[in-house]
Every structure is written in C-alpha cells, then in structure tokens.
Ligand binder design. Structure first.
Ligand SMILES: [Fe+2]
Length: 169
C-alpha cells in the first residue's frame, strides 16, 4: 500500500496539497481475525514453468491452478488448449471471466470472438441458448472437482497432493 496523501495536514512539514515527507511504515496493529493469507503466484504470463504444473483436464487440454477459493466457490486458472475443437454443451453456475493470452475462441451461439489480448465475461448459464435443451448432465466441474483433480495429478507426478495447499483460500 502506498503512502496516503493529504491536502490539508501540516504534519511533518507538509503544506496544503503536498505529499507528506514521512517514510512508509507498515501497519503495526493486530491483523483482522479470520482473514485468509494473501496469494501471489509469480510468472503466470510468461508460461515458463515446469510441465508438471499443468493438470490434464481432457485430451490436449490442461489447467494450471492459480486460486482455489473454496470459501467462495470459485477458481482461477490458466487453461491450455492445444487443438481445435468444440466444447461439449455446458452451463455455467456462476460468471466466467476469461483473458485470452494466445489463440482465440468463440461460441457457436454468439457472434463475438475472444481473440488474443481480449477479456471475455460470460454471465451464468449463458452457454446454453433458451431454445437448446440441456439434456442430462454428464458431470459437474467446480472448485472442488478442480481441486481434487489437481491433488491427484500432483501426487502422481511427485509434487505431492499437498502442493495444491498454497492455492487454497
Ligand atoms: Fe463456457
């Protein structure tokens, strides 16, 4: 957090509309109770990390965890898709935010394309048009299923299932 500015205080010799000359000092008080730790995952845009971190999701599709938010029911990850294809019909139980680092994708149901450098927002259930029957769900993917598959993968590749702990909040 940066130093606060003031437009009226004369503390530390600052005059009106000037930044005070005080050195930055970290908060000294008690931490708020029940607040999860901050989380910083470095280097995600370089994509330059070891292959074992990619968790297989489907043929030619992997995800790399960034955040498993089990207390609010969402997850953040990198998604790597290495072939062209069509996703099976699905419905989002919550909003989706997707920033495209490489490549492009779109929905048959919509006019837009999410191209490299784009950010797409999809409101809940947007993937299934009203005229399309949903059918019988074959599976559910949520923060808990993502967490379970990441645990199993990291155990299998020798990182240990508890490797995922750093991403859980
Ligand atoms: Fe979708």
């Amino acid at each position: 957090m940066g130093s606060p500015t003031t437009n009226s205080s004369t503390e530390n010799g600052a005059t009106a509309n000037q930044r005070p000359a005080a050195e930055a000092v970290a908060y000294q008080g008690e931490p708020l109770p029940n607040v999860p730790e901050d989380l910083v995952v470095p280097g995600i845009l370089s994509l330059d990390f070891e292959e074992r971190l990619w968790v297989p999701q489907a043929p030619d599709v992997w995800f790399r965890p960034i955040l498993f938010n089990v207390s609010q029911g969402y997850f953040v990850n990198l998604l790597r898709v290495r072939r062209s294809g069509i996703l099976s019909r699905h419905r989002h139980s919550g909003p989706v935010h997707a920033t495209v680092l490489k490549g492009r994708w779109h929905y048959l149901e919509h006019d837009w394309w999410a191209t490299e450098g784009s950010h797409a927002f999809e409101p809940p259930a947007t993937s299934t048009p009203s005229k399309c029957q949903m059918g019988t769900p074959l599976g559910v993917e949520d923060v808990f299923s993502k967490l379970a598959s990441a645990k199993a993968h990291y155990e299998k590749v020798g990182l240990g299932s508890d490797y995922v702990d750093q991403f859980i909040r």
